[in-house]
Design a protein around this ligand. Sequence first.
Ligand code: SF4
Ligand code: SF4
Length: 465
Amino acid sequence: MAESSYRDSISLVDKAGNRNWVYPKKPKGSLYQGRTWFSIGLMLLLFGGPFIEFNGHPLLLLNVLDRKFIIFGIPFWPQDLPLFALLMMTFVMFVIVFTVVFGRVFCGWACPQTVFMEMLFRKIEYWIEGDYKAQQKLDKQEWDMEKALKKGSKHVLFFALALLIANTFLSYLIGFDEVKKLIIDGPMQHLGKFIALVIFSTVFYLVFAKMRELVCIVVCPYGRLQGLMLDKNSIVVAYDYIRGEPRGFRKKGVEQNLGDCVDCKRCVQVCPTGIDIRNGTQLECINCTACIDECNDVMVKIGEPKGLIRYASQQEIATGKVKRISTRSIAYIIILTVLVSTLTFLLVTRKDVESAVLRTPGLMHQEQGNGLVSNMYNFEVVNKTFHEQQVELVILRPTGATLKMVDRESAMLTLHEDDLLKGSFFIMMPQQQIKANNTEAEVAVFSNGKLMKRIVTNFVAPVKQ
Ligand code: SF4
Ligand code: SF4
């Protein structure tokens, strides 16, 4: 059999094409402990996120339906779409740079899928059904009271957790206040939200009870892009084949020409995606570090140094030399710096009030009597803050022009949070001051006394001798 024959199949599917259910051994070790504490912090943040408020609003809101987004307290309205798109591009670029240098550290330590799967659902499974061998035995045994009780209680707890996650997810989408209304008023008052909640809960339940590692391997686009992003200098969970090979069981008192790997396969047993990391970096590896802990334990027992499986780049394993930043990484870092600078500039110079003025299409000039000629304009002002804004439209030029609102007395407008106001106004000129058929006009938009924008438009009227 060719040495790389493992590439012809994936660990999750048997020869007949059926799924190989993965029963990972219960992990233990210092990295697992570190991940547990890190996950507790992350889960507190994730579940507490919808309750954290800034200026009376959620710190994070991703309301796709109403196109309202709040990222770390900064509101983005539909008018901010280009800015929001740039923010997303910067985030994607950051993820790429991070991945090129640090591999899939995010997947193993911070991805909500891994955190929930390994730290909540898997722990419940170990608690109720026992370690991997007990789970295998339970699955093989005939249905009896013990199996029904264990399976039943596990799935009830799984669905309860899925429901909690779905509520949290919905709170990020529409805000906690809306979810609270659904809970207090009951489903019939908010049928749409209730259906969304049922769908999310079912999806989360299926993801964590049934799909599991398939999400990372088949569904997650980030996982599938690893091949494009990683290079031989990226840090990954790697097996040191120089030190470990040739692998083999060590016989006491027998002189053998073997490497440090005793071929105990404990690194394979503990892997939640069912792979053998000794075959090299694979798409299925989510860098959970469980195999590092397991192998370190073996190394301690046989009196060899830890780190046969460790965080290292392919280059480091092959040559023993560490080179963290490749030319590709430098190019990505330059692009990221440009994106971050542009984004920072746009955020800092972002105005509280967005405005637009357009000459009313299809209308000629109007003779107003008493020697005045007018043009009509449409305007739109949007308050992009959470505070009330007093917006004023002021005519700057041409000299002698005046501004008169249509349908309202004053050019001072009050805009509440997230308000959009549309209307029309006239620019009026004394006939004798019109010296050209087409004159440039300029309107200033002030908000709370601060100049927001100067808008240049045209004033069109015939010159009369
Ligand atoms: S746990 Fe370590 S020693 Fe055991 S098979 Fe895996 S790499 Fe080899
Ligand atoms: S190979 Fe190791 S790090 Fe990768 S998923 Fe399996 S146990 Fe986790």
